[in-house]
Design a binder for this molecule. Structure first.
Ligand SMILES: [Zn+2]
Length: 515
């Protein structure tokens, strides 16, 4: 059986989703989880695009030992140099070079002739090969490129030393049949094609990213590029979990193998959704909340008698927990640590101690502490206070049906100053956010506000997600507390802290790549 490699680009293409900005700590946690999922390659970012991306790619390359870590690079020496600096500490450094090959892109974006594009591509691959053992080359907008030209440039970059050729459907335009034909065309028209492996990279603008990726596999591709939950530019990328489970469940048809550990799928999906703030729709294949729920009476009856009557995927296959363990007031540090490890999180001794304090506080107010509660606490401990500039000291909000809602907030900033402000609003949350905006002394536009409870029960934790724009930075934040107003304040401050960090880490080329 052929082996299919999974190239995960959640941290590069996925992170290009509108409003998604992950910090270093969050990217590292996702990379660790991808390693547990046993993807083959992790695309950790675009090192030349910003200081933040560079630092994250470097740290991930130095941390991850059992996957190849790669970074994106334009076909220019300065990008390749930055990528090498970031990736050289990796277990298997790999460069992902790209250049556009479609007439539209060559004329309007690159302003280069086809011959100049070939020269630039060849020169970049040769230069990259001086450093990198593995160079992957991508033809941006390959699917709208002229096939003879595509074959010609692919032959040239293989000669120059590329060992993986990626054929992205950058704009999500292709159909499965046509995509398969491009792979066949290259295999029939590029003389040295057997020296390389072929890779698919699909976008979901027409809802065909997964099926296009599968078509590529059927027509000779041995690598697929995808993201967890299908997040990414515009309508997103091909969803890793859907391709992986399709290949597994229909092994009889596809006749291929992967090295993935499918049982880590659900956990990876949850982690990415929580950290990016991108919600998984309940009806989403494989990882949606309802993916394994049988509602109709006839179906329920069938499943009770024999699971396989209506269930082709078992929840256990993708690691959906069957029983959720509950901790309580009397659970000790040891039980807590065990559970945290079982949930797949790596916490330092100090973080465990902090978490234990928070856990005890919560256990005083809430009878059962579920896995979801614990994950919410871990997030607060590990990610939400990472590198924060503003810290919440206290809030006070007054609300009455015949009163003007008023809020008072005390914050500490990164320079040790105490900031105290008060303001009113039409509602409690507005009063709170008006007050916080005064504290920040910057106009903040609230683009989205979402509140949900962590599990059921009147004593459940509240979790608030916000999306904001600060100057020209769009970012998100989350906050968890038993009180909805406190959770709201924390989410807003979290988003503001991210905005401060993004501003500080900015480079000139922020988010310029679209491959
Ligand atoms: Zn892409």
């Amino acid at each position: 059986m052929r082996n299919i490699k999974f190239f995960d680009t959640t941290l590069r293409d996925g992170e290009q989703s509108a409003g998604v900005n992950l910090n270093l700590q969050e990217k590292l946690e996702i990379a660790r989880q991808l390693e547990r999922l046993r993807v083959d390659i992790i695309e950790a970012g675009f090192p030349a695009s910003s200081k933040g991306d560079f630092a994250a790619v470097k740290q991930i390359a130095e941390t991850i030992r059992t996957c190849s870590v790669t970074g994106l690079s334009r076909s220019v020496r300065s990008d390749i140099d930055a990528a090498w600096e970031a990736l050289k500490g990796g277990a298997e450094p790999r460069l992902h070079l790209f250049i556009a090959t479609s007439p539209i892109h060559m004329v309007h974006k690159l302003r280069m002739t086809p011959e100049q594009v070939i020269d630039a591509a060849v020169e970049a691959v040769k230069y990259a090969k001086r450093f990198f053992p593995i160079v992957q080359w991508s033809a941006e907008d390959a699917c709208r490129s002229e096939r003879p030209f595509l074959a010609k440039i692919v032959a040239e970059v293989i000669k120059a030393g590329a060992s993986v050729i990626n054929i992205p459907d950058t704009v999500g335009y292709i159909t499965p049949k046509e995509y398969g034909e491009i792979f066949l065309y290259l295999q029939n028209n590029v003389p040295n094609i057997e020296k390389v492996s072929l890779s698919a990279h699909c976008h979901d603008d027409l809802g065909m990213a997964v099926v296009n990726s599968l078509a590529a596999i059927e027509h000779g591709a041995t690598q697929v590029e995808c993201t967890i939950n299908g997040i990414g530019e515009r309508a997103g990328n091909a969803a890793l979990e859907e391709i992986a489970v399709a290949l597994h469940i229909r092994k009889d048809y596809y006749q291929v193998e992967t090295r993935l550990n499918l049982q880590e799928i659900k956990r990876t999906s949850n982690l990415v959704s929580k950290l990016t703030g991108v919600v998984v729709p309940p009806n989403k294949a494989v990882v949606g909340k309802n993916a394994f729920a049988h509602e109709s009476g006839i179906h329920q009856d069938g499943v009770l008698k024999e699971k396989t009557t209506y269930e082709i995927i078992s929840p256990e296959l993708v690691g959906v927990p069957s029983n959720s363990m509950v901790l309580g007031k009397h659970s000790g540090r040891h039980a807590l640590r065990n559970r945290v490890e079982e949930l797949g999180y790596t916490l330092s001794e100090e973080e465990i101690n902090q978490l234990f304090v928070r856990f005890k506080e919560l256990a005083d107010k809430k009878k059962d502490i579920t896995d979801d509660d614990l994950v919410a606490l871990i997030f607060e401990e590990k990610f939400d206070h990472f590198n924060e500039f503003y810290q919440l000291s206290s809030i006070q909000v007054q609300y009455g049906t015949n009163q003007i809602p008023t809020a008072v907030v005390v914050l500490k900033d990164g320079k040790g100053n105490e900031i105290q402000e008060a303001a009113t609003g039409a509602g409690s949350v507005e009063a709170l956010y008006n007050t916080l905006e005064r504290c920040f002394q910057t106009a903040v536009t609230l683009l989205d506000y979402r509140i949900e409870s962590v599990g059921g029960g009147r004593d459940a934790l509240a979790q608030v997600f916000v999306k904001v724009r600060v100057n020209d930075v769009e970012t998100s934040g989350r906050g968890t507390a038993q009180d909805v107003l406190e959770a709201s304040a924390k989410a807003y401050i979290h988003a503001m802290n991210r905005a401060v960090m993004i501003e500080a880490m900015r480079g000139e080329n922020e988010k310029v790549a679209t491959t």
